[in-house]
Design a protein around this ligand. Structure first.
Ligand code: NAP
Length: 275
């Protein structure tokens, strides 16, 4: 059975990824900090879908937690076919007033963990000629809300996915950034406790967002924007980037084809900057 590793796999959008990837026939590795919730989620998936589930307790804000997940992703004995970078932190205090350690944790989970886990997963995927890396960004990566640096971390996730996906052309490995607006999860219940908002037309179920993302990943789409309103707006915002990408391909100057470290590149040698 193929294996999918999902960070933040014990709740919300992560649960929807776990459900749908299990239905597609994947065994699961679920990562989160809370052991009890992880064990409960694992038992539910085993009972409902008959798949094998490994709960992996790790705090992605901490180097030791990230190292445990990196080691699991790089394990050739049980290769991971799908990595879902879903766990995320949102600091809602105004930037200038927010506590610096909290802002650093946001960077550590939303950026450092995504970069390091993707880096651990890709070499094996490239060698096997197949695999998917999905990173849960946010619509706020296009249009950051007033407040703090959360939107900037989600903008990084879109730019990172776009850049690395371009270098993976022809390898059989696909990368997609999911950019949902509001999704009915615990996170949104905390931000918007009023029930009327949670029933409004701008908020969607996690299952719908995830189904769209998995379909987009199969089609090779780099950005997956679920929901017609969000899709139209982000499609418009994305137009210059898409035009540039197409122009580069047409001109035959696509970004450098990915090479497995050490095969065609001198390890550690910086490449000349692009533009
Ligand atoms: N809900 C929305 O409207 C929305 C919209 C756009 C984007 N997003 C993004 O979607 C992703 C998932 O959000 P959600 O709404 O599904 O949140 P959620 O229901 O609160 O679930 C968050 C999951 O991440 C885990 N997690 C949190 N911090 C972690 C850490 N430091 N290390 C490891 N695991 C950690 C949590 O488990 P533990 O607490 O046990 O660790 C939980 O499993 C996030 O990246 C978020 O930014 C959400």
């Amino acid at each position: 059975m193929p294996i999918a590793l999902i960070t933040g796999g014990s709740s919300g959008i992560g649960t929807a990824f776990a459900d749908q990837l299990a239905v597609e026939g994947h065994d699961l590795v679920l990562v989160a900090r809370g052991r009890d919730q992880l064990e409960k989620a694992a038992a539910r998936h085993r009972a409902r879908h008959g798949v094998a589930v490994e709960p992996l307790v790790a705090d992605l804000a901490e180097p030791v937690g990230r190292a445990a997940v990196e080691a699991r992703l790089a394990d050739p004995a049980a290769p991971v076919d799908v990595l879902v970078n879903n766990a995320g932190v949102e600091i809602r205090d105004e930037f200038a007033e927010a506590a610096l350690p909290a802002l650093q944790r946001e960077i550590d989970v939303n950026i450092t963990a995504v970069l390091r886990l993707t880096h651990a997963a890709l070499p094996g995927m490239i060698e096997r000629g197949r695999g998917s890396v999905i990173t849960v960004s946010s619509f706020s990566g296009f249009l950051p809300p007033r407040g703090s640096s959360y939107g900037a971390t989600k903008a990084w996730a879109i730019a990172f996915t776009d850049t690395i996906a371009a270098s993976l052309q022809g390898t059989g490995v696909r990368m997609t950034a999911l950019t949902p607006g509001y999704v009915r999860t615990n996170l949104v219940a905390e931000i918007h406790p009023d029930a009327a908002f949670r029933q409004g037309f701008l908020i969607m179920d996690a299952g719908r967002a995830v189904a769209r993302c998995l379909a987009d990943n199969r089609r090779g789409k780099v950005v997956s924007a679920p929901g017609i309103v969000y899709r139209m707006v982000s499609g418009f915002i994305e137009l210059p980037r898409r035009t540039l990408r197409l122009g580069a391909r047409v001109a035959g100057r696509g970004r450098t084809q990915h090479t497995i470290a050490g095969k065609n590149a001198v390890a550690g040698e910086p490449r000349a900057a692009g533009h």
